[in-house]
Design a protein around this ligand. Structure first.
Ligand code: HEC
Ligand code: HEC
Length: 307
């Protein structure tokens, strides 16, 4: 990954700029956010997104237990709007349509929140996500550098507040309930032994190779024609994931994250959900197959080795 540092540096620049903008508008809010971030307890501390010195690849552990969402009060909405202006608007745009001043130039277009379609959900394709899905995405980020940094410096309350604000961009949240989460059974003990049959599902029943390529490198025959299916970015290309790079997966790299992505699909993109068409066993086989294409996490040569 020769470009990692420049990718990360770009992302840091953008997020740093957003933070500075916030600072000039609401110094106390940002100070509070930074204090809260410093106090953030929990599993392996994520690398702070905007510290000085040599930027490291940022891998945010997930899920962090977000606790309970506070009630949506006018105060919370006001805080959410402020966090959004300071930390999100530059990319996602004033109207939440994914066409922000800086976002316009990103290789991966920022989500258009007006459609209510989210790629990472625990709910079936086509349904609204749970608030906790959004919480995870905001903390974890998506491909720092090419896409969105993980927001580890916001307090839990600020994340819940900005979620309440995001939901105001789509009328769907007023009339629809989130979908019923898809079943996520426990990871089989003998997962790695399931990789062999996974190859057959990949080439056969799942027909994944059509988009992801025979080797899973994201270069299948249909790949060049894949585009966002709705919203402001409709018609823009969306390349299939390179399955040799679980560290770039947007829903996370753990077996349960990969199983979930295969089951729910990525809404708004051509990536289908396979909860109905493939059995639980077949989806674990695919998960094992994908993991077998990657060096184990943390080993030399694993691009996503946890820092
Ligand atoms: C540096 C630009 C940038 C900033 C700043 C940014 N985002 Fe994003 N965001 C993106 C991009 C790009 C995507 C699309 C990622 C993808 O499709 O892979 C995205 C996607 C999302 C998603 C979609 C998740 C899904 O499942 O579809 C959510 C939610 C989100 N951003 C929330 C936020 C919030 C909240 C903030 C501010 C705290 C924020 N973003 C700030 C660039 C940014
Ligand atoms: C019609 C094309 C298409 C087919 C068929 C398809 N995918 Fe995808 N897949 C995509 C696209 C496009 C993305 C990336 C979307 C994005 O980045 O927003 C993707 C992303 C993924 C991801 C990454 C998830 C993440 O968290 O980022 C996984 C894993 C995946 N696909 C597995 C599969 C498997 C397994 C199959 C077969 C059962 C399959 N896909 C079939 C188009 C497809």
């Amino acid at each position: 990954m020769p470009n990692v540092s420049s990718e990360v540096r770009h992302s840091l620049l953008v997020s740093e700029r957003s933070r500075l903008a916030e600072l000039s508008r609401a110094p106390s809010a940002l100070a509070a956010a930074l204090l809260a971030a410093a106090a953030l307890a929990g599993p392996p501390a994520p690398v702070a997104p905007a510290g000085p010195g040599v930027p490291k690849r940022i891998i945010t552990p997930w899920p962090q237990n977000p606790g309970l969402a506070p009630p949506v009060t006018p105060d919370l909405l006001e805080l959410g709007a402020r966090v959004y202006r300071g930390a999100c608007q530059g990319c996602h745009g004033e109207k939440g349509d994914g066409i922000g001043r800086e976002g316009k130039y990103l290789q991966i277009p920022p989500r258009d929140f007006t459609t209510g379609q989210y790629i990472i959900r625990s709910t079936p394709l086509g349904t609204l996500p749970l608030d906790t899905d959004l919480f995870g995405s905001i903390r974890r980020g998506f491909r720092p550098g090419l896409g969105m940094p993980g927001f580890t410096f916001l307090s839990d309350r600020e994340v819940w507040a900005v979620i309440a604000h995001l939901k105001t961009f789509s009328p769907r949240f007023k009339t629809e309930q989130p979908g019923k989460p898809v079943d996520l059974p426990p990871v089989p003990a003998e997962l790695s032994a399931m990789a062999g049959p996974g190859t057959a599902v990949f080439m056969g029943a799942g027909a994944c190779f059509v988009c992801h390529g025979m080797q899973g490198k994201g270069d299948g025959p249909a790949a060049p024609g894949l585009v966002y299916v709705s919203g402001a970015h409709q018609g823009k290309r969306v390349p299939p994931a390179n399955l040799h790079r679980v560290d770039t997966f947007k829903g996370g790299r753990r077996p349960e994250d990969i199983f979930k992505a295969i089951s729910t699909g990525l809404d708004g993109t051509p990536m289908p959900g396979f909860a109905a068409s493939l059995s639980v066993e077949q989806r674990w086989q695919l998960t094992a197959f994908i993991l077998s294409l990657n060096p184990p996490a943390g080993t030399a040569g694993s691009p996503g080795a946890v820092p």
